[in-house]
Design a protein. Structure first.
Length: 56
């Protein structure tokens, strides 16, 4: 699954402002980005599970 536009925007922002961020800000930014990625992956899994017909 390719990254969503939201994730790509966050990563672009990180690169643009990386030299102005301290380690704490970078850590928080990356944690928020990981959380966004996890939510999107969960949403994708949910959609995929809805497509699978029941086996009973």
């Amino acid at each position: 699954m390719p990254p969503s536009p939201d994730v790509l925007d966050r990563l672009r922002s990180l690169v643009a402002f990386l030299d102005r961020m301290d380690l704490e800000e970078i850590d928080l930014f990356l944690a928020e980005t990981r959380s966004l990625i996890s939510r999107q992956k969960e949403g994708q899994r949910s959609i995929e599970l809805q497509r699978i017909p029941p086996q009973f």
